[in-house]
Write a protein that binds this ligand. Structure first.
Ligand SMILES: *[C@@H]1O[C@H](CO)[C@@H](O)[C@H](O)[C@H]1NC(C)=O
Length: 305
């Protein structure tokens, strides 16, 4: 009896498995597809859509009451989207901001997300403060002191030296990540305004490392910080277990992986922001099925004394 029924049930199983694969191939949402973090998070194909429209409750967390992946320590912080608190940005019009890094943490810069609503305008940074803006969702118009306007799409950026008048305007909705820092003056060196887009920046050599690197600002002495765009294929990781005097503010734009900060190992995904104090041990491995891209503030070109 047993051996008689075994054959049909094996072939039924095979048939079911085959149907399963067919179904999976056709819809990717079939009854037999395993729940996947990647699938449930892909909400549209627009660039950086996970940052501007983050998954607040990944299926494996089920939006547990009181649960957050955010962590705040003396030498690092991980600020995840379910912890963002937006409020009107002082000096801006129709714009909500969430500060993710600020001097209260020990940083010498601020990093914030600015959500521009319809008919919104930027305010100016305080005196002697420089500003870097990266567009996560556009377009926005940047008008400089000569009254000349430029349209910035997603993946574009602008650097405004201290005390340079300018205006960002959005007629619909736009999302920016903004870095500001009190400029560290250096005699005989004057930074210039810069406007560019990520894809026009050349890939740079990364000796001993596998990730792809672009720098959005010149590496010359007038600039006291730079913004790096770093790309990793799944499975790639930092070779150097970095410990250095520089500070970092990081926004994960695409992908997921593990960030090591001090003695803690954090699963991270697009939309997460990280603050790294000087000398915190840091390391990243890209995991999952899509490449990682992150944007990284780093202070450079100044004597730490
Ligand atoms: C304003 O922007 C235009 C176009 O990029 C540029 O040619 C001009 O030099 C800028 N003016 C100033 C004062 O930066």
């Amino acid at each position: 009896m047993q051996s008689f029924s075994a054959i049909p049930s094996i072939s039924l199983l095979l048939l079911a498995t085959l149907l399963c694969f067919l179904n999976l191939a056709v819809s990717e949402e079939g009854f037999c597809s395993a729940p996947s973090i990647i699938d449930s998070n892909s909400n549209g194909n627009t660039l950086y859509s996970k940052v501007i429209n983050p998954t607040l409750s990944p299926s494996h967390l089920q939006d547990l009451p009181g649960f957050t992946r955010s962590v705040y320590r003396s030498d690092h912080a991980l600020i995840t989207p379910e912890s963002h608190v937006f409020s009107p940005l002082p000096d801006w019009t129709n714009t909500f901001g969430a500060y993710l890094v600020s001097p209260a943490m020990g940083a010498h810069f601020v990093m914030y997300i600015a959500k521009m609503q319809e008919s919104s305008k930027s305010g100016l940074p305080p005196k002697d403060v420089e500003r870097f803006v990266f567009v996560l969702q556009g377009p926005v118009t940047l008008t400089n002191v000569s009254g000349i306007g430029q349209t910035l799409m997603v993946d574009s950026f602008a650097y405004l030296p201290p005390n340079s008048e300018h205006l960002f305007e959005s007629f619909e909705t736009a999302t920016l990540v903004v870095f500001e820092r009190r400029y560290a003056y250096l005699e005989n060196h004057i930074p210039e305004p810069i406007v560019g887009s990520t894809d026009q920046q050349p890939l740079l050599d990364t000796p001993g490392e596998v990730f792809q690197l672009r720098k959005l600002l010149p590496t010359t002495l007038p600039y006291d910080f730079n913004i790096h765009i770093m790309d990793f294929q799944p499975g790639e990781f930092l070779n150097v277990k970095e410990v250095h005097y520089n500070q970092h503010g990081l926004l994960l734009l695409e992908g997921q992986g593990i960030y090591r900060l001090g003695d803690s190992w954090y699963p991270v995904e697009a939309g997460d922001a990280i603050w790294m104090a000087p000398f915190v041990p840091q390391w990243y491995a890209a995991l999952g099925k899509i490449p990682t891209r992150y944007l990284l503030y780093k202070d450079v070109n100044r004597n730490p004394l």
